[in-house]
Design a protein. Structure first.
Length: 140
């Protein structure tokens, strides 16, 4: 991501004012869905479900975008995985989650894409499969 240490306070200020926050992403873990310089809009939320793409902060301080694969309701933790990865991250706590993605824009496109469109819903179904994530990792 683009210097998150500088963006993070601005992001929190936006959330405190019930606003969303838009910025370009950097990295490979969400390919082919999100690529470096695609733009995401995120918003603070208390309602997360399987399939949501969230921004969270690892214990080491790193900011990461991944998709919720499973929710452990017993201890209120999340299992996350990048679309371009097969290795899951377990035991992510609710308080590590910063926000969830509400829209995205591919590089060089003018319009935002919402998360309710047919293409996105089809993609989300496909990416649930570990086999498809493996295939994505080989093709991109």
């Amino acid at each position: 991501m683009i210097n998150m240490d500088k963006l993070y306070p601005l992001m929190l200020d936006a959330f405190d004012n019930n606003m969303s926050f838009t910025f370009p992403v950097k990295g490979q873990s969400m390919r082919p869905f999100l690529k470096t310089n695609d733009v995401v809009t995120i918003k603070r939320s208390d309602n997360f479900k399987v399939g949501d793409v969230i921004l969270y902060k690892r214990d080491n301080g790193q900011f990461v975008f991944h998709r919720i694969r499973r929710i452990n309701k017993k201890n209120n933790t999340y299992i996350l995985v990048g679309d371009h990865q097969r290795k899951v991250e377990k035991d992510i706590k609710y308080n590590q989650i910063i926000a969830k993605m509400i829209s995205y824009r591919k590089q060089n496109k003018k319009e935002d894409n919402n998360l309710k469109g047919f293409r996105y819903k089809c993609y989300k179904l496909i990416v649930k499969s570990s086999i498809m994530r493996w295939l994505f990792s080989k093709l991109s």
